[in-house]
Design a protein around this ligand. Structure first.
Ligand SMILES: [Zn+2]
Length: 994
């Protein structure tokens, strides 16, 4: 999946302090399936209740009970969907009203836990592991605690992950969507194999009402446990291992009104008529909303899909259509070929719409790009790029794309950037369609998203992570391949570094035990850090083919299977064996199993270099002794540009010294910024580099210059260098012309500017930017220059530079007067629309244009313009319109909020809005999802006062299970504290400077 693309300063950050580890006391279990107790199961079960309010002491009470594998509660509560999620095998003792008795019980349990902990700890040869004590002890086996199904019967499963006793082999799905009534019915036949004898089948289903279920021709009852979206069938006699069986279910459901599951979408066609369509988005947990299934990535199976439709519609699915049959009710049923590959449920997809397409045969694969009919003229670019990239990947991975067809579809209503469904990739219109007036940058975004989704057809679809804890294997790789396949795209690592410097960050490969935690994995650690460590690994191999050879091996070995992080490192270690260059597994595990990254300090004395590493952690109260295995690259004053100049030293210890062949005046570490670490050169080292750059800016590559700027700002945030030192480095800046260093400096200064503005230090703020903003308004042909120009112009106009606003206003007037026939160049549109949106005279005109515009990327720029207004009524108007989904699609709320938060007034309104409408927001965007992460980050990341911190803390802690536990909340609080501390330290210097 690809995030909706937002500029870096609008996304980034999130995460929540690692939960305290609950000692995992696993007792000998009754059932082989129960052996894999979830870690921290006590917390998990409590949180799994979903909507329930639970007092802290009740929670503790229940946790303690769970810890002992016992249940003593039979709670009931008015706003719970069923009477009780838990039952007990022992006599009930109510715990619903916290009382002194409750407290006594809790204390008692805690005492028991503590004493058992001690007893077990001191038992000889027994350690606390997930598998429990290796020697079976004498304790009687304890019944697992089963929750209660919706019908009041005991639900036979008590964990988030499904039991391993049954393996689905194939699904036969029949779907009958009714686009008028917004409902669908379905029939699912699951063929399965029994791996271990069992007397239950447990699988997933959410919001489906099962009307009939048969197992091998006999009727059966399907139980449902809603909080975990699980279904189950109980059997009085055991299903024997080795047996094959068939479960058939008929059901009905409403289309989902969020952006996941089988959902409906609509758009207005060129004649002004509303057109409806239905599409799917299943990753990560929503296939279960469309059909009952074993909805975990490791349960791969084949799928045969049939969909009925009106004659005026067409359907698409993963596979080519096999046949169409006229049904007696006047509808047509399309049947697709059975999937030729085993695939995970989250990759299944189908669409009912009336799209049109263009198509091309590429090395035996029929590639098509679909859009609504009026936008078919915007599909050509995507088809050309896809064809090139498909050939590139077929060759690069040395494995041909395995399906006969590949469809790319632009969906008018789509939340993510794109989704890699096998053979049927879905996109936002902005990430697939390119018009005549599109800027080069917009084309580059489209190319990157296509590169990302195509890479998934191998990384993710062919070889899939076993569980969501290793999501980075999908997303890190796909993100890495964007850079690999389209060389010119910029490096992925800065946003991930900024986020990973917080103690609320998490390891790339990390425990995932709740549905919210699954959603939270879709963050910059999985995407950008994942990609960055692959980039670092590739750069540390001596040749450029070794890494590629390793991943080809990995893909071939695990084709069609599921893997975890160790499998990848083992494959890469194998390919590295002949050269004995390094132990890949050892090195990379230090990057994937621990959070954060190192700060490397370099000390140069003549030809002797001392490197020291420490955890780069912005919160100073936390010292860790984490060490990384760092392939440190470096160049020096006599050879600094060509790849041959680069040398590598692997730093494994806290500190290490090596000698250079001759004396040098300076070293630049992390050549071209391919390593995931930050470097401090010490006072003398920074001075030497600044001096060298002031004499000749081209003494380092532009990537190296950008990384120096990024690093020194980060060190200033850490309190390691003074802001004066930062300003010293900026001295060379008048000579800087390349996009990436200028953009980096702009981004960093903008961040300070926004914080100052939100402290009402606006006089100070407006002087922060003294960069040359004399940009031209003519056509610019170079993509990176276009990017730079639009950033500088946006900045100039936002600071009310008269020349800028004047030019923008007159361009907008020309555009309006020509009825849209005179186009504004794509890279200038944002500046022009923002200026128009900030003026009371032109806001309504712009809003009117927005409502009637059809081209999605232009529309989004208009919307950003509209959201930059400071007028309270208008701000409220667009927020509420976005929430209702009338005139402004709800999918745009994160964009609206992040834009509003660029200004002081706008951000106040956004913050009020979020607090008032939190429940409606989490109805639309799941807790922990990327959209929610973006909203929280936008509204908090520029705050820097204690008062703001208190407000944010008070609101989020009051949410309890409605989101207070999200990592992004923890990250927001940490960020505000850091901003506060930085401002306290540096405000006097800033005042003097300005
Ligand atoms: Zn992806």
């Amino acid at each position: 999946m690809q995030h909706a693309n937002l500029p870096r300063n609008m996304i980034e950050n999130s995460m929540f302090e690692e939960e305290p580890d609950v000692v995992d006391l696993t007792f000998p279990a009754l059932d082989p399936d129960e052996v894999t107790y979830e870690p921290r199961s006590s917390r998990l079960l409590v949180r799994g209740l979903g909507e329930n309010d639970m007092d802290d002491d009740e929670e503790d009470c229940e946790s303690s009970a769970r810890l002992l594998g016992m249940s003593f509660m039979n709670r009931s509560s008015a706003h719970r969907s069923n009477s009780s999620p838990y039952t007990r095998q022992a006599p009930p003792r109510s715990c619903s009203r916290p009382s002194s008795r409750t407290i006594v019980v809790c204390v008692l349990f805690l005492v028991i836990v503590a004493s058992m902990t001690m007893v077990l700890y001191f038992l000889p040869a027994c350690t606390f592991t997930k598998a429990g004590c290796p020697k079976p002890n004498k304790t009687n086996p304890i019944e697992p605690v089963y929750p209660i199904s919706t019908n009041g019967e005991l639900f036979p499963w008590a964990q988030l992950r499904l039991p391993q006793s049954i393996k689905p082999l194939s699904y036969d799905l029949t779907l009958n969507p009714d686009l008028d009534k917004m409902t669908f019915t379905g029939r699912t036949v699951i063929n399965m194999s029994i791996l271990h004898s069992t007397n239950r089948i447990v699988f997933h289903g959410a919001n489906l009402s099962i009307t009939k279920a048969t197992f091998m021709a006999s009727d059966v009852t399907v139980l449902e446990y809603k909080p975990r979206q699980q279904l189950a069938v109980n059997f009085s006699e055991e299903l024997k291992a080795g047996q094959y069986c068939v479960l058939t279910m008929e059901y009905s459901a409403n289309f989902s009104n969020t952006y996941d599951g089988f959902y409906n979408s609509s758009y207005i066609d060129k004649d002004g008529n509303k057109r409806v369509l239905a599409a799917t988005q299943f990753e990560p947990l929503s296939a279960r909303k469309a059909f009952p299934c074993f909805d975990e990535p490791a349960f791969k199976a084949t799928f045969l899909i049939k969909i009925s439709r009106k004659k005026t519609y067409m359907t698409l699915s993963n596979m080519p259509k096999a046949k169409s049959t006229n049904l007696s009710n006047g509808l047509v049923q399309d049947e697709f070929e059975k999937t030729s590959v085993n695939m995970s449920t989250y990759l299944v997809a189908f669409i009912v719409a009336n799209f049109t397409s263009i198509t091309k045969n590429v090395s035996g694969t029929q590639v098509s790009v679909y859009s609504v009919p009026e936008k078919i003229g915007h599909t050509e670019y995507a088809l050309t790029i896809t064809s090139k990239l498909l050939e590139f990947y077929n060759n690069f991975f040395d494995i041909n794309y395995p399906l006969k067809k590949l469809d790319l579809v632009a969906i008018p209503d789509f939340l993510a950037g794109a989704m890699e469904n096998w053979g049927l990739i879905t996109f936002r219109e902005t990430t697939l369609l390119v018009g005549n007036e599109s800027s080069l940058l917009e084309k580059q975004v489209v190319a990157s998203v296509i590169a990302h989704e195509l890479a998934h057809q191998w990384f993710g679809n062919l070889v899939t992570m076993r569980w969501w804890n290793d999501l980075w294997l999908n997303e890190g790789f796909a993100t890495y391949m964007e850079y690999m396949s389209l060389q010119e795209v910029s490096l992925p690592n800065y946003s991930a570094l900024d986020k990973d410097a917080l103690s609320s960050s998490h390891a790339v490969s990390t425990d995932v035990n709740t549905t919210e935690q699954v959603e939270e994995m879709f963050d910059s650690v999985s995407y950008e850090k994942g990609a960055s460590i692959l980039l670092m690994l590739n750069a540390s191999f001596p040749g450029d083919q070794q890494f590629r050879k390793g991943i080809i091996e990995y893909l071939k070995q695990f084709s069609g299977l599921n893997t975890d992080t160790d499998d990848l490192w083992n494959s890469l270690t194998q390919t590295d064996k002949p050269t004995h260059h390094m132990n890949v597994s050892q090195m990379m595990t230090s990057w994937t199993s621990q959070k954060g990254f190192p700060l490397v300090t370099v000390n140069l004395m003549g030809n002797q270099v001392t490197l020291t590493q420490e955890h780069f952690l912005l919160t100073s109260d936390n010292t860790t002794h984490t060490l990384w295995n760092i392939p440190v690259t470096y160049v020096n004053d006599s050879c600094s540009l060509a790849p041959e100049c680069r040398q590598v030293f692997t730093l494994k210890n806290k500190s290490d010294t090596f000698k250079l062949s001759k004396n040098v005046t300076w070293l630049k570490l992390n050549y071209k910024s391919t390593g995931f670490y930050i470097v401090d050169y010490g006072k003398d080292g920074w001075s030497a580099l600044t001096e060298a750059l002031s004499k000749n800016v081209s003494v380092l590559t532009h990537e190296d210059r950008a990384s120096l700027i990024h690093n020194i700002f980060a060190l200033s945030r850490l309190g390691r260098v003074t802001f004066r030192q930062v300003l010293n480095l900026q001295k060379y800046f008048s000579l800087e012309t390349e996009t990436s260093p200028v953009m980096e400096a702009l981004l960093q200064l903008n961040n300070i500017y926004r914080q100052l503005e939100k402290r009402q230090e606006s006089n100070l703020a407006s002087q922060v930017h003294k960069l040359n903003t004399n940009q031209t308004w003519d056509k610019e042909e170079n993509v990176s220059k276009q990017e730079l120009r639009s950033a500088l112009l946006e900045m100039a106009c936002s600071l009310n530079d008269e020349n800028c606003t004047h030019q923008a206003t007159s361009l907008f007037k020309k555009y309006k007067d020509s009825n849209g026939t005179i186009r504004i160049p794509g890279d200038l549109q944002q500046t022009v629309f923002t200026v128009a949106g900030q003026s009371d005279e032109t806001w309504d005109t712009l809003f009117n244009m927005y409502v009637h515009a059809t081209y999605d990327s232009e529309k989004r720029k208009m919307l950003k313009g509209l959201a930059s207004t400071q007028n309270p009524q208008r701000l409220v108007q667009i927020l509420s319109s976005g929430l209702r989904g009338s005139l402004i699609q709800t999918q745009e709320l994160p964009l609206i909020i992040s834009t509003m938060c660029q200004s002081f007034a706008g951000c106040l309104f956004a913050w009020d809005f979020i607090q008032e409408n939190w429940d409606r927001l989490i109805e639309k965007f799941p807790i922990g999802s990327f959209a929610i992460q973006t909203i929280i980050k936008s509204v908090t990341s520029q705050s820097s006062t204690q008062a703001q911190l208190n407000k944010v803390q008070a609101f989020f802690s009051g949410l309890k299970e409605r989101g207070s536990q999200m990592r992004s909340v923890q990250e927001a609080l940490e960020t505000i504290k850091l901003n506060r501390d930085w401002m306290d330290r540096n405000l006097p210097t800033l005042r003097r400077w300005l």
